[in-house]
Design a protein around this ligand. Structure first.
Ligand code: 5AD
Ligand code: SF4
Length: 459
């Protein structure tokens, strides 16, 4: 069997794709790079907003056409598969295999079945299963918990991913060891709300560390860089900020979604904190981690959001001074309380607010990034950048950064970089050698460069 997985959505989904691919390979499948080569195509779906749902609909339509022309098995996994909305689509587009986020290990049964197979139960043994570490890759994700116990009124995730289940610390550290043995240098701990790790359904699990303790354990493992995502402010404790501040391997990077700066909107979202409480967390973070890079998520145009409410989001942005933000227009999701109880605002109003917020974000990102010019940043390079002759990577604070290839630096690895230039979106700089001086750039043998350096005779 030749299999191909298309992945939409968040990092949790990327991890799940890796898990399912490892299962497919263990059942004898060859993973191929394109739909055309595959006889089994699986779409890992996202349901958090309307747009990713519509994308899946389009792809399912295309796949149904292909099915009419050649033998092809089509599967759908992930968040949308768990919802009635997704199941309706599955029926309409003749999907053969359907796996919810809690039934990924049913892929084996699905392959054995000679008929339509739908697996939608939440099974805990998922946590016992460890995918092989990604050989040769420097970065890896590590899921430490699944599901979410919060009930934000706009969010479909508690429905699609179920209640929170933390993975055992032994299980997590075992996977980390495998990743380290495979050469991983940066690990990102993943969960819908990692701060609540070890407290499932409100009850502290015996023998489980707190999230801050887990961070310290991972930080001592020998891995060079540790990041985590994502966090609900309600479960953020000062000890997490302290753990980041005092553990060298944990990156100075915090993504703390605020969603809105208005107490009235936060209440309607059922976020369980107010602006003041959120700002207290930010103050603690800044105290423990002076050079922290701060990211957030913001939803604009939540039902009932007034101009005054929106102004409070803008002023909160200034008060925190975020390095960057993921910004979304509110998208009513069937099955959520806000869909049921509140009236959606007009599209133009939401779009206009998003534009104003994006302008603010760009302004701050430009200022923050410009402040990095002249500093030395530790960069994990992944490989060649889009621009020929350059490498791309990211800093400990998750800034995208490019640098010219240099003599004595591999294309993938961790290097010190002096930042020379900034835009609102990324940084660029020069790779430094062990003596702190820039390494010589690799000569670029394009005809233009060669002509300038005189390496080729001018025509
Ligand atoms: N509409 C718009 N954005 C949403 N998010 C979650 N649900 C919705 C929705 N219904 C955003 C939140 C969350 C991020 C992952 O997606 O900001 O933090
Ligand atoms: Fe999308 Fe949320 Fe599911 Fe991730 S957890 S795939 S963001 S719906």
């Amino acid at each position: 069997m030749k299999a191909h997985v298309i992945t939409y959505g968040c990092q949790m989904n990327e991890y799940d794709t890796h898990l399912v691919e490892s299962q497919l390979v263990s059942f004898g499948a060859d993973m191929v790079d394109s739909v055309d080569e595959a006889d089994f195509v699986l779409i890992n779906t996202c349901a958090v907003r309307g747009k990713p749902v519509e994308k899946v609909r389009t792809v399912l339509g295309q796949l149904r056409k292909q099915k009419a022309q050649r033998p092809l098995v089509v599967g759908m996994m992930g968040c949308l598969a768990q919802l009635e909305e997704g199941q309706q689509m599955a029926r309409k587009f003749e999907v053969d295999v359907l796996l919810g986020p809690g039934s990924l290990l049913d892929i084996g049964h699905a392959l054995e079945a000679n008929e339509r197979f739908w697996g939608l139960q939440f099974k805990n043994e998922l946590h016992e299963h460890i995918p092989p570490a990604p050989q040769g890759r420097l970065q890896a994700h590590l899921t430490i918990m699944r599901g979410c116990d919060h009930h934000c009124t706009y969010c479909i995730v508690p429905t699609t991913r179920g209640p929170q289940v933390s993975r055992s610390p032994d299980d997590i550290l075992r996977e980390l060891d495998m990743q380290l043995a495979a050469g991983v240098q940066e690990v990102t701990l993943l969960g819908q709300n990692v701060n609540a790790y070890g407290v499932d359904g409100g009850a502290k699990l015996a023998g489980y560390p707190s999230f801050a303790e887990l961070l310290r354990m991972v930080g001592r493992s020998g891995v060079k860089r540790v990041k985590f995502t994502t966090s609900h402010p309600m479960n953020f404790t000062e000890d997490v900020a302290a753990a980041i501040g005092e553990t060298p391997a944990i990156c100075e990077f915090v993504h703390l979604p605020v969603q809105s700066g208005s107490d009235r909107v936060l209440r309607r979202m059922a976020r369980e904190y107010n602006r003041e409480k959120y700002l207290t967390h930010i103050a603690q973070i800044k105290r423990h981690i002076p050079d922290v890079v701060l990211f957030t998520d913001i939803i604009v145009g939540f039902p009932g959001e007034t101009e005054q409410d929106f102004q409070e989001t803008l002023s909160l942005y200034d008060e925190v001074g975020y390095d960057s933000a993921y910004m979304f227009i509110y998208s009513p999701r069937p099955g959520t309380p806000s869909y049921k109880h509140f009236q959606d605002l007009p599209r133009e109003l939401k779009t206009e607010r998003l534009q104003r917020l994006v302008a603010k974000q760009k302004d701050w990102s430009m200022r923050k990034n410009a402040g990095k010019v002249g500093t030395v940043q530790e960069v994990l390079f992944r490989g060649d950048a889009y621009t020929e002759g350059f490498l791309e990577g990211h800093t400990r604070g998750s800034h995208a950064i490019v640098a010219p290839k240099a003599v004595g630096a591999d294309s993938a690895g961790i290097y010190q970089v002096r930042v020379e230039h900034a835009t609102p979106h990324n940084l660029s700089g020069r790779i430094l050698g062990p003596d702190g001086e820039p390494l010589p750039e690799l000569p670029r043998f394009t005809p233009e460069a060669a002509a300038v350096t005189g390496a080729l005779p001018m025509a």
